[in-house]
Design a protein around this ligand. Structure first.
Ligand code: HEC
Ligand code: HEC
Length: 228
């Protein structure tokens, strides 16, 4: 663990552990670091990948990471690029790897000034559209606000399993939304994200992904975010 500058955060973190929300996790970040050599080629040594199709893992929640690793390993979430890579890893290995990446600090991607084309053919400001979707959703088509689950800063909600999204690559975020919409990614419990993405337009996906890339989600990992 590193970068614990706020005593309050430590106290809250201990409190969260005492409550048992994360007590099942026995991940050892130092041991995890030793097990990520093969991952670095795509995800970067500290989980800050340089390629927008490879998601940043740095600072994602430990619980979220562990869930994804288990599901990628079992094939419930299909990641062809990672075929067979987790096969030889034990449950403890996955917990250690999750702890390692959760402890790293994400380098925020940043949003871009851009225009998107609406279904009507008109152009709209990508960030304005994205902010509006993120905060308020689209009541006309039944798209819910993202902030309710992923938090206004994009930190997510670790105990609830709502992923941190703030600072992630826009391209990766947009791909996930398209995959949920098309039913290509199906590891969301109760189809939460599939029903969110179902009614999203391409312009809304591009706009909200751009907005998310610029969100400052704050300090790394769910270990520091018990106060959120
Ligand atoms: C050849 C490139 C490659 C390598 C090597 C690789 N990955 Fe991945 N990984 C990907 C891609 C691509 C995705 C995203 C797939 C998608 O679009 O859904 C991904 C997704 C993930 C995710 C899900 C992230 C999220 O935000 O949901 C995790 C966790 C992950 N990888 C961990 C690992 C670990 C741990 C290793 C090493 C054991 C590893 N990866 C090796 C390409 C790679
Ligand atoms: C009701 C709660 C809820 C709402 C509302 C919601 N999400 Fe999610 N989201 C989730 C959960 C839960 C997951 C994790 C799914 C899993 O376990 O794989 C998730 C995952 C994601 C991911 C994948 C993250 C990754 O690293 O692969 C993205 C991107 C995302 N959400 C974007 C959005 C956007 C954009 C909106 C608003 C249009 C939104 N979400 C609204 C609950 C929600």
């Amino acid at each position: 663990m590193k970068n614990f500058t706020k005593p309050a955060a430590i106290l809250l973190g201990v409190f969260a552990l005492a409550q048992g929300a994360q007590a099942q996790f026995q991940g050892n970040a130092e041991a995890g670091a030793e097990k990520t050599a093969v991952c670095s080629a795509c995800h970067g040594q500290d989980g800050n990948s340089g390629v927008p199709t490879y998601p940043k893992l740095a600072g994602l929640g430990e619980q979220y990471l562990y869930k994804q690793l288990g599901e990628i390993k079992s094939g419930e979430r299909v990641v062809p690029e990672m075929t067979g890579m987790l096969a030889g890893l034990s449950d403890q290995d996955l917990q250690d790897i999750a702890a390692y990446y959760a402890d790293q600090e994400m380098q925020l991607s940043g949003a871009q000034e851009a225009e998107v084309q609406l279904n009507s053919g008109a152009k709209a400001n990508s960030l304005e559209l994205g902010r509006s979707i993120y905060r308020f959703g689209n009541p006309e088509t039944g798209v819910p606000a993202c902030s309710g689950c992923h938090s206004p800063t994009g930190r997510g909600n670790a105990p609830a399993g709502y992923a941190r999204v703030g600072g992630q690559f826009a391209d990766y975020v947009a791909k996930q939304l398209r995959d949920f919409r098309a039913g290509n990614r199906t590891n969301d419990k109760q189809q939460i994200m599939r029903s969110v993405a179902e009614h999203m337009s391409e312009a809304e996906i591009l706009g909200v992904a751009n907005y998310i890339a610029g969100l400052h989600a704050g300090e790394a990992g769910d270990r520091n975010m018990a106060s959120e």
